[in-house]
Design a protein around this ligand. Structure first.
Ligand SMILES: Cc1cc2nc3c(=O)[nH]c(=O)nc-3n(C[C@H](O)[C@H](O)[C@H](O)COP(=O)(O)OP(=O)(O)OC[C@H]3O[C@@H](n4cnc5c(N)ncnc54)[C@H](O)[C@@H]3O)c2cc1C
Length: 391
C-alpha cells in the first residue's frame, strides 16, 4: 500500500477541509463535541447524514457501484482524519458500517436494490440484534427463536444491549431456526422492521446516564422468509462477515485528536510522569494507525482480515481508555465535577471549572464499554491466538 501523500491527495485534503468548513454549522459542531458514546445526538446526526448523502460521501467504505465514493485507501484515510480533526458528528455505524457492507457481500439482488439506497439516504436506520441475556461472548448459544409458518417466521425472545434501538426503524437479528443441531449450525440472519406488531423496546441507562442501549422484546413477531440473508441455518457465516466490518472501524484519527486536546492540560499540570504517559501514548497511537493501514488495505483488496481487525480493536480501545485515564488523572479533583445536563444539545448551564475539561469524565465512563462491545477484548485475544498465532 502506497502511503506517500501525493499532490492529488493534498488537493483532496483541501477539498475535504473546504467542504467541512462550509457545512459544519454551530449545531453540528456542538453535536460532535458533545459525543461521548458510539454516535452523536440523533437529530444533528441525521442532518449530517443527509448532507453527506447529498454530496455522495456518506458511504466511503462501499464499492462505487453500490453508492460508495470510489476513493483510494489514502483518500478514505484523509477523509476520516479530517472528520476527526473537525470533530464531525459520529454517524450510526450499524447501517453504513455493518449491514450495508454485509448485504453487498451476502444479500440477494432484491435485498441490495431495496435496502441499500434507503440506507444511504437515511430513510432506514438500523440497529444490531446479536446479543441476548446470557449470550454475549458465547453468541452461538443464542435462543431467540424463529419458527417457520408458511412464508413467514414467527419470532419469540429478546435481544439486549441493542444500541440506538429507540431511533432505529430496522433491526438485523440472529435467530435460532434449529435447536437440534450444534449451536452455530442452527442460526439464521433476519432483517426486521421495528414497527412490526409484537416488538417492544425498553431503555437501559448507562453509568454516564446516557440512553444508548436497550433491551428489545419479540412477542410472536411475523417476519417474511424473504427477509432472511443467506440460507436458513447458515446465519453464522453471515454474522461473521458482518463482525469483520464491525471491528474494522478507524481509531487513530480520533485518538490523535484526543491526545492533541490533552497536551495543554498535561503541560499545565507540570507533572513529568503525566508528560511521559502522554508521550508513550503518542507512540501507541502511531502503531494503531499503521495497523489501520494494513486492515484497510486488506479490505480494499477484498480479503477481510479478521485477525487484523481483532488486533486493531484491542489496540484502539485500550489506547482510548488509557488516554481517558490520563485525562482524568491530569484533571485531578476537578474530574469529580458531574454536570450531565451540560451535555444536552443547546444546554444553557454554566460550566463549573474550565470549559475545555467538560466531558472528560463522561468520555472516561462511556469508553469503559469500548473494550466490551463489538466482542470483548478477551474474546478478540482468543481470536488472535487461533488465527494469527495458530494456538
Ligand atoms: C455500550 C454497549 C453497546 C452494545 N451494543 C450492542 C448492539 O448494538 N448489539 C448487540 O447485539 N450487542 C451489543 N452489545 C453487547 C456486546 O457485544 C456484549 O456485551 C459483549 O459481546 C460481551 O457479552 P456479555 O455482555 O454477555 O458478557 P459475557 O460474555 O458474559 O462476558 C463477561 C466477561 O467474561 C469474559 N469472557 C467471556 N468469554 C470468554 C472467553 N471465552 N475467554 C476469555 N474471556 C471470556 C468477557 O471478556 C467479559 O469480560 C453492546 C455492549 C455494550 C456495553
Amino acid at each position: 500500500m502506497d502511503m506517500q501523500l501525493k499532490p492529488e491527495d493534498e488537493a483532496f485534503r483541501q477539498e475535504v477541509r473546504a467542504f467541512l468548513d462550509e457545512h459544519l454549522d454551530a449545531e453540528l459542531r456542538e453535536a460532535g463535541e458533545k459525543t461521548s458514546g458510539i454516535s452523536s445526538a440523533h437529530v444533528p446526526l441525521m442532518r449530517w447524514h443527509k448532507i453527506l448523502h447529498a454530496k455522495g460521501w456518506v458511504a466511503p467504505g462501499w464499492p462505487q457501484e453500490f453508492g460508495g465514493t470510489g476513493w483510494s485507501d489514502m483518500q478514505r484515510y484523509i477523509w476520516q482524519s479530517e472528520c476527526a480533526r473537525a470533530n464531525t458528528p459520529k454517524l450510526y455505524p450499524m447501517g453504513l458500517g455493518m449491514i450495508g457492507p454485509t448485504l453487498i457481500a451476502c444479500g440477494t439482488k432484491q435485498q441490495q436494490e431495496y435496502y441499500l439506497p434507503r440506507l444511504l439516504s437515511g430513510a432506514h436506520i438500523w440497529c444490531q440484534g446479536y446479543s441476548e441475556p446470557g449470550s454475549g461472548s458465547d453468541l452461538a448459544s443464542l435462543q431467540c427463536a424463529a419458527v417457520r409458518d408458511g412464508d413467514d417466521y414467527i419470532i419469540n425472545g429478546s435481544k439486549i444491549w441493542t444500541s440506538y434501538a429507540q431511533h432505529a426503524n430496522h433491526i438485523f437479528c440472529l435467530v435460532r431456526t434449529d435447536k437440534t443441531t450444534k449451536p452455530q449450525a442452527g442460526i439464521s440472519f433476519l432483517l426486521i422492521e421495528m414497527d412490526s406488531p409484537g416488538i417492544s423496546v425498553e431503555p437501559i441507562i448507562t453509568l454516564a446516564q446516557d440512553h444508548e442501549v436497550n433491551q428489545v422484546f419479540f412477542d410472536n413477531v411475523r417476519v417474511p422468509v424473504a427477509n432472511r440473508v443467506g440460507a436458513e441455518n447458515d446465519g453464522w457465516s453471515v454474522a461473521k462477515t458482518l463482525l469483520t466490518f464491525e471491528r474494522s472501524s478507524a481509531y487513530a484519527a480520533r485518538l490523535k485528536l484526543m491526545l492533541g486536546n490533552l497536551e495543554t492540560l498535561v503541560a499545565d499540570s507540570g507533572d513529568a510522569a503525566l508528560a511521559q504517559r502522554h508521550a508513550a501514548l503518542s507512540i501507541r497511537v502511531a502503531a494503531v494507525e499503521m495497523t489501520e493501514f494494513r486492515v484497510q488495505a486488506a479490505l480494499a483488496n477484498g480479503r477481510p482480515n479478521s485477525s487484523g481487525s481483532s488486533q486493531l480493536k484491542i489496540m484502539g480501545t485500550e489506547a482510548q481508555q488509557d488516554i481517558d485515564r490520563l485525562a482524568v488523572d491530569a484533571l485531578g479533583a476537578r474530574a469529580a465535577v458531574w454536570q450531565p445536563e451540560r451535555r444536552e444539545m443547546g444546554a444553557n448551564v454554566a460550566a463549573i471549572g474550565p470549559e475545555a475539561t467538560q466531558g472528560i469524565l463522561a468520555d472516561f465512563l462511556n469508553n469503559r464499554a469500548a473494550s466490551i462491545y463489538g466482542g470483548s477484548n478477551e474474546v478478540q485475544r482468543n481470536i488472535l491466538a487461533k488465527m494469527a498465532l495458530g494456538l
